[in-house]
Design a protein around this ligand. Sequence first.
Ligand code: SAH
Length: 504
Amino acid sequence: MKGKVYLVGAGPGDYKLLTLKGLECIKKADVIVYDRLANINYLKEAKPNCEFIYVGKASSDHALPQDDINRVIADKAKEGKIVTRLKGGDPYVFGRGGEEGEVLFSEGIEFEVVPGITSAIGGLCYAGIPITHRDCASSFHVITGHLRDDDKENPEINWNALANSKGTLVFLMGVANLKKISSNLIQEGKSKDTPVALVSWATRYNQRVITSTLEEVYETAIRENVKPPTLIAVGDVVGLRDKLNFFESKPLFGKSIMVTRSRTQSSSLVEKIMDLGGNPIELPTIKIEKIEKNLELEQEIKNIKDYTYLVLTSKNGVEIFFDKLEEMELDSRALANLKVCAIGSATAKAIKEKGIKADIVPEKFVAEYLFEELKPILKSDDRVLIPRAKNARDLLIEKISEVCEIKEVHTYETVVDCTRKEEVLDILNQGAVDYITFASSSTAKNFVEIIGNENLDKIKDLKVISIGPITTETAKELNIDVYKEAEVATIEGMIDTIINDKLV
Ligand code: SAH
């Protein structure tokens, strides 16, 4: 197999500012090589056994020198792997993408480059600053502020040309050299009153923008403790921020909201918080645990010829069932005499991946709907096998057993996921969370089980939002003070509660 490298621009930080092609490269990668400016949440989109290699910290302090990064990428590709190199912004805008491409070229390794939204343009945009404007900027210049030692005879940057161009100037990696940048521009004739914006962590929930003038910007930056990554924008377009600042006016901008979840599926709450400009911190509270050495399941698979129907109720259930078949040196042909039912389209899809088209897929993701579809066709001599979760509801079993024989085999159970305890405590200790949401009694209970009763004081300064009266009651029993309860007991209701709270 031939390896291949994708040099992918991961955009400036906002999760959704990634191209479709970039996402595709993340999904198909065997290895992802990334640094600190690429949003790490993209790694969740990777294949389950994808290898992650982190290669960079701050701009001045590379975790791996560029030569080593080039080496890692080339070597992994030579092993026949698909390597996706994720870079903040665009790979060719001060991203050293050109150098990485040259190495691949010289070693005969196939590669593609996927452009990204550069922070120089997209970052300013989220700060309410258009990089050009008919009235005040007819060109723009993107300049590195990471200046090598000044050679007076042959300077790296033509300050005179920059100072006298009327376009917008954007400096990247310029915080450490801010004084030099501003004084060179003034010295070469740029007005000291020219507006300047310092945009830190652009497009992220923690974006911070400070405005000043060319003359005062250095002092301002010291006073406000401005740190990289920061864009320095110089020009009259900075003034348009007052009108065009759509991002920071989003209702949840700047708010970090911990979302406790009871399912393994991704939650609509997380998505909504992101769209409203907030920072969702996801905390799944349960996980799936397979029942090991499942002799009962083995027995029923041996007897599979006695059954006429097989009902699978979740993607996890499908995986575990087929793993068992494989373990017993069987494959999907063992199910040839059965009608296969899938509850939910995700389950049907998982079955399809095993080479079987489900015969019955009820429209809705609930057991009752399956029974409605089975009722007219089930006969009294049918036999149904249903391998599923231990703590599942009994209704489907009851209904089917009124018609024919049904055998339930437990294959997994959902248990409280305590593996992230330390991580959660770390986040709480940093004091970086504003709200915590509980969308059910069970998430509240699980949350306390995860962090431990002794750590409950760590959330006493957070605003706890409960979805409704039952959850609030449970929270009280657990000694959690609910700050507000949603007026309408839905995800939207919880969001509205947070938005209204931010307004007062
Ligand atoms: N290839 C990247 C730039 C890499 S150089 C791009 O196209 O955006 C790294 C510099 O980019 C940082 O020092 C900072 O000046 C700037 N930068 C990148 N992302 C940023 C962000 N989200 N907020 C502010 N500055 C950012």
